[in-house]
Design a protein. Structure first.
Length: 344
């Protein structure tokens, strides 16, 4: 089965073609980062308008990349939530309209399930069961994954997500948008040991996270640096960036390893945009190897939002018998800006 997938939940427009037998055939992606930089963050209305302009050209690009025509497509998948309501509606309405035109199934996919299953696109791919660390701009969760559609929440953030901690800390330091990558680049020039920042809930008995206290500590430290005229401010800011990154990575790694111990599993999967962080990857790879386990990441090009993960998640659900293809031809749809993963 050939599945055409659409992702438009926030500030990336992604379209991809996946075959249930051959895997990913092609994907096309446009990021809106440059457009939103002047505003210091995503402007929902601008995001939605840009999705409208990009989605059809990207569709043609993805089909051309796969060497296929629209007449070769057997089903269409799209992100139905969570995300920005207007942005979600663009992808959903285009997908449903195209499906209606050819009487094809239109499969609504949960954005986080797309991230959760995206490491299966890597080689080698992890086998079920595994523990998954979902770390993106808006979500930080630990899940036990026993199969497609079989997800058990082990822990989640009580306030800011790890990606938000990166972005908000970067903003406090006066760095550009997107903040996370900017902070990580600056951290390469700094000394993480220069400042002792808190690791919230590092030693709690549960698997939950909290990053708001770290953000407050960064704010306080940054004010002190700005007020101290005797220091080399650029060097001190780089040190603070390195210390901030180290604090976030330490918490993510410690909680992930605790989840591995509690579940008794040996495979860890990391997905979401923060999964591209070089220090997080290195720390988890080292610790998992020391414990005789394995850690898996999606390809770097598929860490951020993309259509490949949506088309692939749809393919996996079809293969697992979790999609009623006849019912998916009704073409009545809605989007869910807030949609807990355990409700799919």
């Amino acid at each position: 089965m050939i599945i055409l997938g659409f992702e438009s939940s926030c500030d990336e427009t992604g379209v991809a073609v996946v075959c249930t037998e051959r895997g990913l055939l092609s994907h096309a992606l446009h990021s809106q980062i440059e457009m939103h930089q002047d505003y210091g963050g995503v402007v929902p209305e601008l995001a939605s308008r840009d999705h409208i302009q990009r989605v059809l050209p990207l569709t043609q690009e993805a089909l051309d990349g796969a060497g296929l025509a629209f007449s070769d497509v057997d089903a269409i998948a799209y992100t139905a939530g969570p995300g920005l309501a207007g942005a979600l509606l663009v992808g959903a309405s285009v997908a449903q309209s195209m499906a209606w035109a050819r009487d094809l199934p239109a499969i609504a996919i949960h954005h986080l399930e797309g991230h959760l299953l995206s490491p299966l696109l890597a080689q080698p791919a992890p086998e079920f069961p595994f523990v998954a660390l979902l770390v993106s701009g808006g979500h930080t969760q630990l899940m036990r994954v026993d199969g497609v559609g079989q997800y058990t929440l082990l822990g989640e953030t009580l306030d800011d997500a790890a990606g938000e901690a990166f972005d908000k800390s970067a903003k406090l330091m006066g760095l550009g948008y997107p903040g996370g990558p900017a902070l990580s680049r600056l951290a390469e020039q700094g000394n993480a040991a220069a400042y002792d920042l808190p690791r919230p809930m590092l030693h709690s008995k549960d698997l939950d996270f909290s990053f708001s206290g770290l953000k407050t500590a960064v704010l306080t430290r940054m004010k002190n640096l700005q007020a101290d005229v005797s220091i080399d401010f650029p060097a001190a800011r780089a040190n603070l960036a390195a210390a901030t990154e180290a604090a976030i990575v330490d918490v993510l790694a410690a909680k992930s390893l605790k989840a591995m111990k509690q579940t008794g599993l040996k495979r860890l999967v990391v997905a979401g945009g923060v999964g591209a962080n070089r220090h997080l990857r290195a720390q988890l790879q080292s610790e998992m190897a020391r414990r005789g386990g394995e850690v898996f990441f999606p390809p770097l090009s598929l860490c951020t939002d993309n259509g490949a993960m949506i088309a692939f998640a749809a393919a996996q659900r079809v293969k697992a018998g979790l999609v009623d293809l006849d019912a998916s031809r009704s073409h009545a749809f809605t989007v869910r800006p807030r949609w807990p993963l355990d409700e799919i």
